[in-house]
Structures are given as structure tokens and as C-alpha cells.
Design a protein around this ligand. Structure first.
Ligand SMILES: Nc1ncnc2c1ncn2[C@@H]1O[C@H](COP(=O)(O)OP(=O)(O)O)[C@@H](O)[C@H]1O
Ligand SMILES: [Mg+2]
Length: 289
């Protein structure tokens, strides 16, 4: 909507997990390197956790790109609210297994064959499950069993489970202890620091065609970082709304007032917000006497 007004070639703060906009903060870089290493070294189970909106799905999309360029066979399950029949059906579909996809026995047989074939060629197969915190126990148990398949060189199937922090807590449950013990690599995505958030916003604007950004003054960026708690998805939503507001007001630079309005519209809450509001109300009360 505002792209032409600011001279962007595409929307800089879209909410889609587009690897083309991937910003490699130190921790994102490290987490991605860990995922790639885990696959290459055939480590078996890898868990990626992070709060909602910290970039897990985007990172998995980057991993998908990597797997594709390296011609790995992989299945990517992004819908985790499934039962075990659907689980096997989806794996069979993604890996294009030549079998009756609704028969668990046939799927397991065909999968095993694929794993062995790939292993003979010195390759491995990857299963990625996003939103793993939603997985039912019975599906987690099937996943654990798949993770047992191995030859003398390592695991035959590399399993990457990405989910919100409660997934880690779920793995603490007594019936999932066996799965937890098999997790050899863990990566966690934390919200951005101010320095990262600043670079993140600049990188996105640059990718959209604004190389030296002039729309967000430095103090405003610090405020956006505070109010978003450093979470990329919230940063995107705030920035998108800010740009829209500036466009509506025919201004080229976003302001603190616009940010207040946007945060109010978004019903956003952030640390220290109530204290600031109290101070503002008190000084308002005093001025009315
Ligand atoms: N490192 C990053 N580089 C670029 N964009 C990111 C990054 N991390 C998160 N985002 C953006 O933040 C939003 C939320 O990311 P997403 O991967 O959906 O988070 P999650 O899956 O953890 O909830 C998306 O718009 C995504 O493009
Ligand atoms: Mg996600």
C-alpha cells in the first residue's frame, strides 16, 4: 500500500517466514549452523525452541532451502495437530514413498527402504516438524521410534523438532524421558538485543530498497525494541503499522506519537508500560488542578 510512497520494491515488514529476508544475528546464525551440522553429522534428534514470533519457522525455511540445494530427501510437517495415521500419511506424501499412504505398515516399510538406500549412498533423510509443542503423545512416541533407526555410521533419519518453550517442558514428562534423552542438539532463539533489532530493521528496509534508512529515528528504534520485547514478529507488525500511519499522514519519518497510537491499536503491552502511563496520568491530574 505504502511501497511506492517510500520507494520500496516490496513490503519490508511482511509477516511471512521468507528466507530472502533472513537476518543472521549471531544467535540465528549459530542456530542454523547447529541444525545443518546436526543433519550432516547424523546426530538424530535436534530441538529448536523459542517464544512465538522469534523466527523458528523462518529458520526452518532456511534449512529447507539448504536441504533442497544439497538434494537431501526430507519431509516438512508444519501442521502438528495430527494423529499418528495422519503423521505417517504426511511423511509418505512428502517423501513421495511408493506405497499405500494410509497403511502405517506399508509406509514404515517404504520409509525404511528409502533410509537404507540413502545410507548406502552416504546420504541421510530429514524429518522436520514445526509447532512440535502441539504434537500428541502418540505421535511423539512414533517419532521417537523412527529416531531409533540407525546403522554403524549414525542415525538414518535426522529429526528436527521446533516448538515453543513449553515443548521443552513437555519433554520433561516421565513418559517422554526416553525421547528427551535422545535429543543431542538443542538450539534456542532468544528475542533480539537492541543492537540486533536495529540491524534487523535496517536489513529489512535495505532488502526492500532503502539502503540508508531514514524512516525510523534512532530513539524510535530503541522504543520499538522495548515495546516489542525484541520479538521479530512484533517488530514487523509495529513497523508495518508505523509506515502505514506515516503514509496516511503524508510524512516520511515516523514519530513517537505514531508509535503510541500504533501500540494502542495493537493493544500491546510491554515491561514498564503501566509505570509510564501512571506517570503520564499523574502529571495530567496535577495540571488540571
Ligand atoms: N532472523 C530473522 N530474519 C528475518 N526475519 C525474521 C527473523 N526472525 C523472525 N523473522 C520474522 O518474524 C516473523 C515471525 O517469524 P516466525 O519464523 O514465523 O516465528 P516463529 O515461527 O518462531 O513464531 C516473520 O515475519 C519472520 O519473517
Ligand atoms: Mg512458527
Amino acid at each position: 500500500m505504502y511501497n511506492a510512497y517510500f520507494g520500496f520494491s516490496e513490503a519490508p515488514f511482511s509477516l511471512s517466514p521468507d528466507p530472502a529476508f533472513f537476518y543472521r544475528s549471531e544467535q540465528h546464525e549459530e542456530a542454523l549452523a547447529n541444525l545443518v551440522y546436526g543433519v550432516q553429522a547424523r546426530k538424530g534428534f535436534i530441538v529448536l525452541t523459542g517464544e512465538v514470533g522469534t523466527g523458528k519457522t523462518t529458520m526452518l525455511e532456511c534449512l529447507r532451502d539448504y536441504l533442497e540445494t544439497q538434494y537431501y530427501e526430507f519431509a516438512f510437517l508444519f501442521n502438528s495437530r495430527i494423529n499418528s495415521d495422519q503423521f505417517f500419511e504426511m511423511i509418505a506424501y512428502d517423501l513421495n514413498l511408493p506405497c499405500a499412504r494410509t497403511s502405517k505398515t506399508e509406509v514404515l516399510f517404504a520409509l525404511n527402504q528409502l533410509l537404507v538406500e540413502q545410507a548406502q549412498e552416504g546420504r541421510t533423510v530429514v524429518l522436520i516438524v514445526d509447532e512440535a509443542h502441539n504434537l500428541e503423545w502418540e505421535v511423539l512416541e512414533e517419532i521417537r521410534l523412527l529416531g531409533n533407526l540407525e546403522n554403524r555410521h549414525g542415525k538414518l533419519l535426522q529429526i528436527i523438532l521446533a516448538g515453543q518453550p513449553e515443548f521443552d517442558r513437555k519433554l520433561d514428562a516421565p513418559n517422554l524421558r526416553q525421547l528427551k534423552q535422545r535429543v543431542v542438539l538443542r538450539c534456542e532463539l532468544e528475542p533480539f538485543t537492541l543492537a540486533d533489532a536495529t540491524e534487523y530493521m535496517e536489513t529489512r528496509l535495505e532488502k526492500a530498497g532503502m539502503s540508508e534508512q531514514t524512516v525510523f529515528p534512532e530513539e524510535l528504534i530503541a522504543d520499538i525494541h522495548l515495546r516489542s520485547r525484541g520479538i521479530p514478529r512484533i517488530i514487523n507488525a509495529i513497523c508495518d503499522n508505523l509506515l502505514l500511519t506515516a503514509f496516511a499522514q503524508e510524512l516520511k519519518v515516523c514519530t513517537r506519537e505514531m508509535l503510541d497510537e500504533v501500540c494502542q491499536d495493537m493493544r500491546l503491552e510491554w515491561p514498564g508500560m503501566r509505570r509510564l502511563q501512571r506517570v503520564a496520568n499523574e502529571s495530567f491530574d496535577r495540571s488540571t488542578y
